[in-house]
Design a protein around this ligand. Structure first.
Ligand SMILES: Cc1ncc(C[n+]2csc(CCOP(=O)(O)OP(=O)(O)O)c2C)c(N)n1
Ligand SMILES: [Mg+2]
Length: 333
């Protein structure tokens, strides 16, 4: 495994922190009743989406799920427009009509997101098919939860990509852990048994270890780009304790970057999750321990991220709701 360049390790921290602070902004917006409806937050998954998104290029296309915010922010979608979309505002990515579950940004490689369990894995086949037949390169990336593998569409999608050699990276974010909230009903012993039985190369990685995910995903993408065949990565995670609520709450507290060097600040009912599973804290801690950054640099990164979030909030708050006269715009039936 080649060591990551220092600049990439630091960029990864900033990207993951941006993804985290975006979700914190969403929690604040919900608490202030700026929108109605529910959200599935990406907190705790940043160690997967952060490195995968950092590795993608212009020709690549991404297909996401109900837990899509982190994927989008990780890939460079404007946080202000994303927040405005969640809040149903005119300045949002889809003019406020898509909301959290249908956010798209084709310019950033998001053709669509689907809140249907199994939606993204099916759309990724089309993305791979198009890339193969256009002959201009690029990889189609499917991001999905462990729950997707017990949907029938997964079998067809995996089978088609394998049989017809499509350039697709399957990234399964497995947050079903022994003794916790389980979203998988699969009878197979391991999730990777399903793609492996269809002759797809599989990898299992610790999803809380951003650098390990970066290494596996970089190798997989390089291989797909050369061989044009799919690869399947299962990233195992401990579900964030806040992800059950209809209205997300700060169950683990607002992220405190100083927890990376000060264990005394890791406290509360969910201290164990923060200590052992928070990918943002773990990555920051590693960079500090290996002298890749100083505490001052970590604080400066956080200050930059907070500034970006303040600008995003101001943009979304200032954006009006779409006028009633626009209700039928973009309706095709
Ligand atoms: C086809 C379909 N069935 C049921 C649901 C309701 N639903 C929303 S999220 C979810 C759990 C999905 O689990 P997983 O894919 O592992 O994602 P996680 O929420 O655990 O990240 C379910 C069943 C849905 N959105 N679509
Ligand atoms: Mg799951």
């Amino acid at each position: 495994m080649t060591a990551l360049a220092k600049a990439t390790r630091v960029a990864l921290l900033e990207r993951m922190l941006l993804m985290r602070r975006f979700e914190e902004e969403v929690i604040n917006a919900a608490a202030a009743h700026k929108y109605i409806g529910r959200n599935h937050l990406y907190i705790g998954h940043e160690g997967v989406g952060g490195p995968v998104m950092l590795l993608l290029g212009e020709r690549d296309i991404t297909h996401s799920t109900h837990r899509n915010h982190g994927h989008m922010i990780g890939r460079g979608v404007d946080p202000g427009k994303a927040l405005a979309e969640i809040m149903g505002r005119e300045g949002g990515l889809c003019g406020g009509k898509g909301g959290t579950w249908h956010m798209t940004d084709p310019g950033k490689g998001f053709g669509s997101t689907s809140a249907m369990v199994g939606g993204s894995i099916g759309m990724a086949v089309g993305g791979g098919f198009a890339r193969k037949h256009q002959g201009k390169g690029g990889v189609s990336v499917a991001l999905f939860g462990d729950g997707v593998l017990d949907e029938g569409i997964s079998y067809e999608a995996l089978n088609y990509c394998s049989k017809f050699s499509l350039p697709v990276l399957f990234v399964c974010e497995n947050n079903s852990q022994e003794g916790a909230h389980i979203t998988s009903m699969l009878a197979a012993k391991r999730l990777t048994d399903v793609p492996a039985s269809l002759d797809i190369e599989t990898h299992v990685v610790d999803g809380a270890d951003a650098e390990a995910v970066h290494a596996v995903a970089a190798a997989a993408l390089a291989k797909i780009r050369v061989e044009g065949k799919p690869v399947f990565i299962e990233a195992r995670l401990a579900r964030w304790p806040g992800s059950h609520q209809m209205r997300p709450e700060f169950t683990t507290g607002v992220t405190d970057i100083a927890q990376a060097w000060d264990d005394a600040r890791v406290a509360g009912d969910h201290a164990a999750w923060i200590r052992d599973h928070d990918p943002v804290r773990l990555h920051a801690r590693k960079l500090l321990a290996e002298n890749a950054i100083t505490r001052e640099e970590a604080l400066a990164i956080d200050a930059r991220v907070k500034q970006q979030m303040a600008a995003a909030r101001a943009f979304a708050d200032a954006s009006p709701f779409p006028p009633a006269s626009a209700a039928l715009d973009n309706v095709f039936a």
